[in-house]
Design a protein around this ligand. Structure first.
Ligand code: TXA
Ligand code: MG
Length: 332
């Protein structure tokens, strides 16, 4: 059962757990987040495990100051202006991911962009004290509503995490507003704690919104941005000529020795390790230039479900609309 500590006594313990790679539920001004060290892929995999998320969607990275944000994302002038005005606060900016950014590819689900926000209060202190950017989705299990109190987190995730930091009722109570600047236009990806009108007042121009006037880019649509150039062949039983191999576990499929390149998700067959390194391995095999990647079977239990989901997306034809619309309905 999770320990619950009031926020004025929790910082040291929370830092210890974060640096040990464990997830901690923390208050933010919007909703409670399930925080982990964004630089540590296995720590991030534990977030997915605790939430029981059936797929990997990109997570928001929480920073304590602009320096930390600048190490992770590239600010265009409009995003920089919005950060100046609305940070710290309930605004998330989606920015191009900097090369060499100290963020596990599992945080961005392998995308070339990253959602960054500077929260108020405990979550920012956690980033400052650990020196680590903090990946945190809302602290609810997949499909449930975002929690706005420590009790709500306890009722949902209490058995699965070591610590819940109690900061009282979240003051904003809805998630952060997410925007992305593209070609000088500011897109509203998710309405939230900063009213669209407030942003429009700063910009002196309307935000661009999705067709339905709501969210432009649902998580699933984002996921379709990242697909390897190579064809991906799932549940392979042998390696064919010219193929690269994405292996899993200690045993190899037939003709593995013919593979032009091999990456192993986890030699010991550990699903958490496999999740943590999935996007990095896929990208590495893609870089080797093979026309096709054979993927060994990965078991479907636990994190294996999300791993298989991601691999299926990588293998699906580009722009498969059934996959996109399915995903758009998933609450995360
Ligand atoms: O207020 C909040 O934003 C809370 C607190 C904990 O910070 N967090 C939160 O996280 O709501 P989550 O994981 O439940 O929602 C994150 C949203 C997802 O819809 C995801 O698709 C989007 O942010 N997102 C993250 N990275 C993105 C990216 N690179 N591009 C577009 N959207 C992104
Ligand atoms: Mg959520």
């Amino acid at each position: 059962m999770a320990e619950i500590l009031p926020e004025d006594r929790a910082l040291e313990r929370a830092c210890e757990l974060i640096l040990a790679g464990l997830p901690v539920a923390v208050p933010t001004e919007t909703v409670y987040g399930l925080a982990a060290d964004a630089t540590n892929g296995e720590a991030v995999a534990r977030i997915y495990e605790a939430k029981g998320r059936p797929r990997f969607n990109p997570l928001i990275v929480h920073v304590c100051d602009r320096d930390m944000a600048d190490r992770i994302g590239t600010f265009d002038p409009v995003s920089a202006r919005l950060a100046d005005i609305f940070w710290p606060g309930p605004l998330t900016l989606v920015l191009p991911l900097k090369a060499g950014a100290p963020v596990s590819p599992l945080v961005t689900a392998g995308l070339g962009t990253v959602g960054i926000r500077m929260p108020r209060g405990f979550a920012a202190r956690l980033a400052a004290s650990t020196g680590r950017p903090i990946a945190a989705p809302s602290a609810n299990s997949s499909g449930r509503v975002s929690p706005t109190s420590a009790r709500a987190v306890e009722a949902d995730l209490g058995e699965r995490i070591p610590l819940i930091v109690d900061g009282g009722a979240a003051s904003v109570g809805v998630e952060s507003t997410i925007v992305k600047v593209e070609d000088g236009r500011v897109q509203l990806l998710r309405p939230g704690g900063v009213a669209a009108e407030e942003i429009e007042a700063v910009l002196g121009a309307p935000l661009s919104r999705g067709r339905a006037g709501a969210t432009v880019e649902a998580p699933g649509m984002l996921v379709s941005h990242y697909a390897p150039n190579a064809t991906v062949r799932l549940n392979a039983s042998e390696v064919r000529t010219g193929e690269a191999l994405l292996a899993f576990g200690p045993k190899r499929i037939a003709k593995a020795e013919n593979a032009v390149a091999v990456e192993n998700l986890s030699l010991s067959g550990d699903l958490r390790e496999a999740a943590a390194s999935l996007f990095a391995h896929l990208a590495a095999l893609d870089r080797c230039g093979a026309h096709s990647i054979a993927v060994e079977p990965v078991p479907r239990q636990g994190l294996g479900e999300a791993i298989n989901d991601r691999l299926a997306r990588a293998a699906a034809p580009r722009g498969d609309s059934t996959i996109v619309s399915q995903d758009a309905e998933v609450a995360d």
